[in-house]
Design a protein around this ligand. Structure first.
Ligand SMILES: [Zn+2]
Length: 58
């Protein structure tokens, strides 16, 4: 059975959600234009993903 909130110490109730924001989004650099982008996404600058042009470049 879960412990009631009023029975927990402040460190325990605060520590429960301390692990949520540990993971940062992975940044990869585009092999074509070296623009920093998120992993597994199309490059917003040149529109390339894994050597293929997905969107028309500006
Ligand atoms: Zn690029």
């Amino acid at each position: 059975m879960a412990t009631p909130k009023k029975h927990l110490s402040h460190s325990k109730s605060g520590g429960r959600r301390s692990q949520i924001h540990l993971k940062l989004p992975e940044i990869f650099y585009c092999p074509n234009c070296h623009y920093p982008r998120l992993a597994h996404t199309v490059c917003p600058k040149c529109g390339q993903y894994r050597g293929k042009t997905i969107t028309a470049s500006h």
